[in-house]
Structure formats: structure tokens, C-alpha cells
Design a protein around this ligand. Sequence first.
Ligand SMILES: [Zn+2]
Length: 213
Amino acid sequence: QQYAWGKIGSNSEVARLLASSDPLAQIAEDKPYAELWMGTHPRGDAKILDNRISQKTLSQWIAENQDSLGSKVKDTFNGNLPFLFKVLSVETPLSIQAHPNKELAEKLHLQAPQHYPDANHKPEMAIALTPFQGLCGFRPVEEIVTFLKTAAGNNMEDIFGELLLQLHQQYPGDIGCFAIYFLNLLTLKPGEAMFLEANVPHAYLKGGPWLCR
Ligand SMILES: [Zn+2]
């Protein structure tokens, strides 16, 4: 997926993975390569290149090999693969998001399918491949109060001040830049992970995690 926030050309881990798995892939050095998907999502159903296998995509293969899911997953998710594996390569921060739980996702999908094409919840697990910075869940109230009392923004020398200036440069006038004072700021080392449950606000700022949902 070539979202605008992705790293550009072969600077992107995503582009390099694409090239390493497909000798015919042409990497455009002026285009962003944001997300690599592996799963059965309609906008990116994994292709099967092995011509000894009659099915051409992973969703076709799973449809005809239902036992591969295991009985529990098969019954709970009506024979569909409930995970999407992604690799992200982030150049500029993503929007702040929160995903609904299953009950609310079904309701929203019924009410406005054009805005909520997916009736499923999307708990996420993000694992850092390279050092990675993100926001996850609200800070303890005392921390938020302390930030407000010391008038965040007067001190531009600390790491929050520096980050605020950087975010504001990338998204001028965006009030969401102040989210760093309300949400936990995490820096993950390679191999570390964070779990994002339903309703937990989060944003990916920098780096290249991979995640499952
Ligand atoms: Zn998310």
C-alpha cells in the first residue's frame, strides 16, 4: 500500500521486502512504500505464485482448505482468516486512531457501511523491527495535570518540546500534535512489542514495526 506517510523508494523496508520476494517488482524511487500486507483482505489478497497449487490467491486456498484454520477459528470467523499481517515503514506520523470493539464495529458497519466497510474489531499487536516511536493509550491523569500546569510548550528543550516542534512542522496547525502530552509516548527497541486493544487511542510516529490484526 503506497500511503503518503510511507518511506520513499528503496529506503523503505517494505519496498526492499517486496523486491526480495518478487524478482519482477519495480521499485519507484519517488513513491512511498508504506505497508506490506500478507493475508486475505479484498484490497490485497496474497497471490500464490507456485503453479503446482491450483488456487491463485490465499483466500481461494483457505476457502478450499478450511481445516488449515483449525476448528475454533473456522467456526468463530465463518471460515475466514481473521488476521492481517503487515509490515509498516513510517516516514511521517500517522493519524491518531482508535478501533471499535466487535459489538460497536458491527453496529457502525450496519449504520454506515461506506465509512465502516469492516464489521470486525481490530486489536493490534505491533512489534518493532527497528527502533520505533508511537503513542499508546492515555497517560495517568497526574502526568497530564503536571504537563498542563507546567504549560506545555514553554519548555521546548525537553524531548516532548522537540517532538512537538517536529510534529508541528509536518502537520502545521494540527491540534493533534498536542496528543503527545495526553497519550503515553513509547519508544520500542527491536523485538519489543505493544498491544492495542479496542478503544485504545494510538498513533505510529516513526520507525518500522510489523503488526497483526
Ligand atoms: Zn490502529
